[in-house]
Each structure stands twice: as C-alpha cells, then as structure tokens.
Design a protein around this ligand. Structure first.
Ligand code: 3PG
Length: 396
C-alpha cells in the first residue's frame, strides 16, 4: 500500500516504512502536484497544509491529520467520496496547554516587550535597566477570573492547570463529554451563559474547533460587554475572533492584550497584539504523539477497516473472529441498505460471518466479514446499490 506525506511528519514516515508501505515523503510538495498524484495513494498524511482544492477519488481511502484542527481538509467532500478523515485529538493537548499558561503570564507583564527593550539599552546597561524596568510592570494571574471557552482535550487541561495556579476558572462548553467533565478539577466552575461569563472575565481563552457555528464566536456584541483590561488568548483558530471588532475593542481600551497563535495581516504590528507563529503543537513530544496516533489509526483502517478518531465517519470496530474476506462499505444513512447488502451476498451464496453497521448523521459505514472470497462482480453489484458510495475489499 502507498502513503503520501505532504508535511513534516518524519515519525509517520518511519512508522509506515516499518509497516512496509511504499512511502512518498514530500514535505512542502506543491499543492498542484499533490492534486495530480493524490489519487494514486491509499492514504495521505498532512499537518496544516490546506488541501481543499486537491482532487479526491481514485485509490485514496484515508487522510490522516497529524494534529487536531481539520479546517485545512475538505471534510464534507471526503465523506461524500467515502474517504475517512482521521485526526489526533488530545495528542498535542499538553503542548498547547503549556503555551497557553505561558501566554497568560506574557499577557500580564511586559516580558516580551521588556526583553526587546533591553536589547536597545546603551551605556550603563545594568543601572539603566534597573532604573527603567517599571514601565514593564504587570499583574499576577493568581485570583483573577479566567473564562475557558471549550472544554475539550486542551480546554480541560488549561482549566485544570490555571486552577492549580490559583486562578478562578470558569468553563463554558455546552457539548462537554462525560469523560472530560470527570477529568475537570472540582475547583473549575461551570457557566451555561457565554455572555455572562465573558462579561466578568479578566482573561478569556478559546478552545473550540473552528467551523461555521464558531466562526467569530468572539464578536462585536461580546467585545462590547467585556471588562476593560481583559486579556484574550487564542490558540484554537484565528477565525474564532472577529478581528474588526477586536481592533475596535483595543482602540476603546477594552482589550488590554490579544495573544494569538495565528498570524493575520489585519493585526500585524498592533501594539496590543502578540502573534506567536503557530507554535501550539510544535514540541518534539506533541509532534511524535500526533504522528504515532494518526499513523496507527490510518494503518488499522487500511488493514482492518477499523475507524477510530475520524471526524467524518463513525467509530467502527469488528472483532476478527474468522471469515475469509472483510468488506468495508460506505453508504448514505438511508433505510434498506443493509438488507440490500445481505440480499446481494445471499444471492451470491456468500455467508455473512460477522457484521457491524454504524451511522453518523447522513453517513454510515459497515464492516462485513464473509466466509468465502468475494469476486469483483459481487463488489460491482454492491457498488451500484442506491446509497452505497464505496465498497472496499480488505484483504485478510
Ligand atoms: C492543531 O490543530 O493540531 C494545531 O493547530 C497544530 O497544528 P500544526 O500541526 O500545523 O502545528
């Protein structure tokens, strides 16, 4: 099987090489070239390179995002083509958490500005520094109110760490998982009201994914009710903040500092903005964790049909318990598909040994273990069933 890796994910290259895949490791590959060749590969591994315009189809069955955010991938187009998109939730969460905690402090004292300034101090260096350091004085984060918007893998860790630093942490997440709720420190308070939370916070940190519902989640309406002097951290995605409204709030003296991991010309050079060059997940540990997690998921899918941590198809696992052939069948989540599958297999005298069907919204996925070999003619018959998008014969 063949894997194309178009970003710097050396650990993925190592793993797929060990698994005897044919690996094409091309970090920085021209996107037009990616588009021409993607169809020849079974899977593609990416980081943040935008692949919205890449032609899908052909042999391509899986895309692995060695990280969390998938806004660089045409997830909907993939689901329609039966291409499973995997990510690595939580694999870089600690790295992001550490940078957010660092930023809370950077937002509170003129550390960066002070370091820059010391470079320009001339004669009497030591004395001059001591005499003028007052301009970089700040405040402590202890006992200040921190609003954590989004309590997924990263938000939950940030909330707990800030709480351990004695901040008064209030979390907001209408979709929090039971697992994350269990992991939250009991000192973290819960809010159901974003507006009320934002209005009372000294610090706000964003940890929600970017999609059409969260775009501009920090908007004019919210900036207008924020406490003067509020400090905002954005290590989730740039698009979560309405930058025009942010600049207005900065000019009015409402936002004291905006620290973001996402460069944007609109805020470049603004005194109250600190731009970090998207370093949230850039640690040796996080890069390795992401690569291992996503490579294993993609390999298990290609070899066994198992889906874990996909963002467009349901998690699906069927224990290997005999059966000669395994089929992976992607279909629209409409009634009658399973009966049609078993009818075609029955007509072809093929016995179903084991089967699982899972759905997610409008789409579904089946793993079917069959006692005999399945001919191409049977696969063709299945492929033309109304609603079936794609049938994979996973060799055992
Ligand atoms: C993520 O979504 O996982 C982070 O933003 C990191 O992105 P990166 O892999 O491009 O550094």
């Amino acid at each position: 099987m063949k894997v194309l890796i178009i970003d710097k994910v050396p650990k993925a290259k190592e793993i797929f090489n060990e698994l005897n895949y044919e690996v094409n490791y091309q970090p920085g590959m021209d996107i037009k070239e990616v588009s021409q060749v993607a169809k020849d590969y079974d899977a593609m591994i990416v980081r943040s390179t935008k692949i919205h315009d890449v032609e899908l189809g052909g042999n391509l069955k899986a895309i692995g995002r060695a990280g969390a955010g998938v806004n660089n991938i045409p997830v909907e187009k993939c689901v329609e083509n039966g291409i499973v998109v995997f990510n690595a939730p939580g694999a870089n969460a600690n790295a992001v958490k550490e940078l957010v905690i660092c930023s809370l402090i950077l937002a509170s004292r003129g550390v960066v500005q002070g370091i820059e300034w010391t470079k320009s101090v001339g004669d009497n260096f030591v004395e001059a520094v001591e005499k003028n350091k007052g301009q970089f004085k700040g405040s402590e984060i202890r006992r200040k109110k921190l609003a954590v918007i989004g309590l997924g893998a990263i938000g939950m860790l940030v909330a707990n760490a800030a709480s351990a630093l004695r901040m008064e942490v209030i979390g907001y997440d209408p979709y929090i998982t039971v697992e994350n709720a269990w992991k939250l420190s009991r000192n973290v308070k819960k809010s159901d009201e974003l507006k009320a939370l934002v209005a009372e916070a000294d610090y706000i940190t964003l940890h929600v994914p970017y999609n059409e519902k969260t775009e501009g989640i920090l908007n004019k309406e919210l900036f207008e009710i924020m406490k003067p002097g509020v400090k905002i951290m954005n290590f989730a995605r740039g698009e979560l903040v309405d930058l025009t409204a942010l600049k207005e709030a900065i000019n009015k003296g409402v936002v004291e500092r905006y620290i973001t991991d996402f460069p944007n010309e609109e805020i470049r050079g603004n005194d109250k903005v600190t731009i970090v060059p998207h370093l949230g997940a850039s640690t040796h540990e996080a890069e390795e964790n992401c690569a291992v997690m996503v490579s294993e998921q993609v390999n298990n899918f290609l070899k066994k049909g198992t889906i874990v941590n996909s963002v467009n198809y349901p998690g699906t696992f069927l224990e290997e318990n005999g059966g000669k052939t395994r089929l992976g069948i992607f279909n629209k989540n409409v009634p009658g598909t399973i009966s049609k599958i078993s009818e075609i297999l029955g007509e072809s005298k093929l016995n179903i040994h084991g089967m699982i069907n899972k759905s997610r919204g409008d789409w579904a996925y089946n793993i079917v273990d069959i006692d005999g070999s399945v001919s191409d003619a049977v696969i063709d018959k299945l492929n033309i069933v109304n609603g079936i998008i794609n049938v994979r014969n996973i060799e055992k």
